[in-house]
Write a protein that binds this ligand. Structure first.
Ligand code: NAP
Ligand code: MG
Length: 398
C-alpha cells in the first residue's frame, strides 16, 4: 500500500518520561507505516531544554508560527526535585507557559467519549469542551491583609497624573482585600479564539460571567464578546447553523448539568480552572482528555491534557510492565494531522486521522484497554493490555 503524502511539515515537540516512550511507539506503530510523515522535530525533553538554555522551546513556538500546526508531547515542568534529578542549570519555566506566551490564545479541552466509559452525569451524551481564558483575574491579583480599622480605595493614576478613586471598604476591624485586572486586548483575543473554534468544530458556544453583580468587570467580558460576535461572526455562525449563547454563570452551571453536551463552554480564568477538572473527572479520566491551544492568528498546538506519567516511567525504568493510556496522545496526533490536512487540502490525511481515531475507540469498545480504563469501564471482563500491547491492538484494527 502506498503511504499518504504530506506537503507541509507538522511541528513535532517531543517530551519527557512515559509520554516520550508512548510518543515513539505511536509514531512507529500507528503513523510511519501509513504516512510519509513530514515533521520539523524539536526535542523538548528536559535534558535538551537544559542543554539549549531552553532556546529549543522558543524555537519550537516560532516554528509553530511558521507552519501553523504543532503536536506536543507532555513535558516536565521543573521543580526543586527535578533540579537535582536532571542537574539543571536553572529551574526552566513551564514549556506550555512559554509557548502560550509566544502564540497567545485559548486552551480548549475536550473529553474523548467512548461507549463503556460512561460519564457520571447520565444525560451527557456528547463531549463538553471547556475553553479557559488563560490571562489575569485572581491569577494576577494583588492582595493585602488589613490589620485593623481604615479605608481601602482603588486608585487609578492616568499618565497625565489625574486620579480616579473608588472606595472598596471602610474597615472598622481586620479583614482582607484583593485587587485584580484584565486587559481588553486579552479578552478580545479570547473571544475571537472561542468564536473561531466554534466555527471550526461546528458546535454552539456558551459563555457566562456574573455581570449582574460585577457591573463593570464581568460586564466588560460580556460586552466584548457581544461586540466581536456582532461585527465578525454573526453571519458565519448563521451559515454554519450554530449559536452563540450568553447567560449568567450560575444559570450556565445548571444548564450544563441538564444538557446532553456537544457544545463549547467558554469560561473566565478561575471558572475554567474549576470547571475543567469537574468536567474531565465526570467524563471518566484525564487520560481521555485532549487539549489544543488555538491562537487568534490561527496557529494550533495539540497535546494530551495529562502530564508525563512519572510514576509509570519509574516502573518502566526498573523493567516492570506498564499499562499507560496513550489515547489522549494519539488524539493529539490525529488532531494535528487533521488540521494539517485541512490547511493543505489533503483529504487523505484528514481521512487517516478519522480512521486512527475510530480504530482507537473501537479497540476500547471491543473491551481491549489499559488498566486505568479497565478500573472504571462498564464493559464486563475487559482485557487489560500493557502500554505497547494497547498500541499494537489499535495498529491491528487500523
Ligand atoms: P500526570 O503525569 O498527569 O499523572 C498523574 C497520575 O494520573 C498518574 O500517576 C496516573 O495515575 C494518572 N495518569 C495520568 N495520565 C495517565 C495515562 N495516560 N495513563 C494512565 N494513567 C495516567 O501528572 P503528575 O504526575 O502530577 O506530573 C508528572 C509530570 O508531568 C510533572 O513533571 C509535571 O510537570 C508534568 N506535567 C506536564 C503537563 C504538560 O506537559 N502539559 C501537564 C501536567 C503535568 P496512577 O499513578 O494512579 O496510575
Ligand atoms: Mg486546576
Amino acid at each position: 500500500m502506498e503511504k499518504i503524502k504530506m506537503t507541509t511539515p507538522l511541528v513535532e515537540m517531543d517530551g519527557d518520561e512515559m509520554t516520550r516512550i508512548l510518543w515513539k511507539m505511536i509514531k512507529d506503530e500507528l503513523l510511519i507505516p501509513h504516512i510519509d510523515l513530514k515533521t520539523e522535530y524539536y526535542d523538548l525533553g528536559l535534558e535538551h531544554r537544559n542543554e539549549t538554555n531552553d532556546q529549543v522551546t522558543v524555537d519550537s513556538a516560532m516554528a509553530t508560527k511558521k507552519y501553523k500546526v504543532a503536536v506536543k508531547c507532555a513535558t516536565i515542568t521543573p521543580n526543586a526535585a527535578r533540579m537535582d534529578e536532571y542537574d539543571l542549570k536553572e529551574m526552566w519555566k513551564s514549556p506550555n507557559g512559554t509557548i502560550r506566551a509566544i502564540l497567545d490564545g485559548t486552551v480548549f479541552r475536550a473529553p474523548i467519549v467512548v461507549k463503556g466509559i460512561e460519564p457520571c452525569v447520565k444525560n451527557w451524551k456528547k463531549p463538553i469542551t471547556i475553553a479557559r481564558h488563560a490571562y489575569g483575574d485572581v491569577y494576577k491579583g494583588s492582595e493585602m491583609k488589613i490589620p485593623g480599622a481604615g479605608k481601602v480605595e482603588l486608585v487609578y493614576t492616568a499618565e497625565d497624573g489625574t486620579q480616579t478613586k473608588e472606595l472598596v471598604h471602610n474597615f472598622d476591624g481586620p479583614g482582607i482585600v484583593q485587587g485584580m485586572h484584565n486587559l481588553n486586548k486579552s479578552i478580545e483575543s479570547f473571544a475571537r479564539s472561542c468564536f473561531s473554534y466554534a466555527l471550526d468544530t461546528k458546535q454552539d458556544l456558551w459563555f457566562a460571567t456574573k455581570d449582574t453583580i460585577s457591573k463593570k468587570y464581568d460586564h466588560t467580558f460580556k460586552d466584548i464578546f457581544q461586540e466581536i460576535y456582532d461585527a465578525e461572526f454573526d453571519e458565519k455562525f448563521k451559515a454554519a447553523g450554530i449559536e452563540y449563547f450568553y447567560t449568567l454563570i450560575d444559570d450556565a452551571v445548571a444548564r450544563v448539568m441538564k444538557s446532553e453536551g456537544g457544545y463549547i463552554w467558554a469560561c473566565k480564568n478561575y471558572d475554567g480552572d474549576v470547571m475543567s477538572d469537574m468536567v474531565s473527572s465526570a467524563f471518566g479520566s484525564l487520560a481521555m482528555m485532549t487539549s489544543v491551544l488555538v491562537s487568534p492568528e490561527g496557529y494550533y498546538e495539540y497535546e494530551a491534557a495529562h502530564g508525563t506519567v512519572q510514576r509509570h516511567y519509574y516502573k518502566h525504568l526498573k523493567g516492570e510492565e506498564t499499562s499507560t493510556n496513550s489515547v489522549a496522545t494519539i488524539f493529539a496526533w490525529t488532531g494535528a494531522l487533521r488540521k494539517r490536512g485541512e490547511l493543505d487540502g489533503n483529504k487523505d490525511l484528514m481521512e487517516f486521522a478519522d480512521r486512527l481515531e475510530k480504530a482507537t475507540i473501537d479497540t476500547i469498545e471491543a473491551g481491549e484497554m489499559t488498566k486505568d480504563l479497565a478500573l472504571i469501564t462498564t464493559i464486563e471482563n475487559p482485557t487489560v493490555l500493557n502500554s505497547e500491547g494497547f498500541i499494537k491492538a489499535i495498529a491491528k484494527r487500523l
